[in-house]
Design a protein around this ligand. Structure first.
Ligand SMILES: [Zn+2]
Ligand SMILES: [Zn+2]
Length: 165
């Protein structure tokens, strides 16, 4: 998992705010953390990503890779963003026990997601103008979803958080 790439882009985009902002990953098993995060704002994105199983090297892609980004409300202390990645199970390895592989997004997609977040934070935390709905967002447009979504293997589906119906 390449949190480094997320952080590089994040640091770049968020340096214009007066507070110091940092991005950290919220690990799926940290239940206490998720309870605390329920009081925060959340930006949800579903995008195209690759998955690379570290156990068997199987590689696959999905247009249904989902992330949540938790950021503070204006009255909360500013500066912390938590990234929650929703994984998918490897078709080849998941027979015996559930094992989620985190999505790998291209830099372009990370950039789009974090720019959206940056606008939201500007709006909610710094009283900037409300972001327009039509942010240039062509990255996923052309990608038609090939084949059915493997609900059985999708963490977000299992949690009732996937957009796919
Ligand atoms: Zn595997
Ligand atoms: Zn799903």
């Amino acid at each position: 998992m390449s949190l480094i790439e997320w952080r590089d882009v994040f640091d770049d985009i968020f340096q214009d705010y007066s507070d110091t902002w940092s991005l950290n990953q919220a690990h799926r098993n940290d239940k206490n953390l998720f309870n605390r995060l329920q009081t925060q704002n959340c930006l949800t994105q579903t995008r195209y990503a690759g998955f690379h199983c570290p156990k068997c090297s199987h590689y696959w892609t999905s247009a249904r890779a989902k992330v949540d980004l938790y950021y503070p409300k204006s009255h909360q202390s500013l500066g912390q963003v938590k990234l929650r990645l929703y994984g998918q199970e490897c078709l080849k390895c998941s027979r015996k026990m559930v094992y989620y592989v985190d999505p790998i997004f291209s830099i372009d997609v990370i950039q789009i997601i974090l720019e959206k977040l940056h606008e939201r934070v500007g709006w909610f935390c710094y009283g900037k103008e409300r972001p327009e709905k039509t942010v240039t967002d062509t990255s996923d447009r052309g990608r038609v979803m090939n084949g059915p979504h493997e609900k059985e293997l999708c963490e977000a589906c299992k949690m009732g958080r996937c957009d796919q119906v």
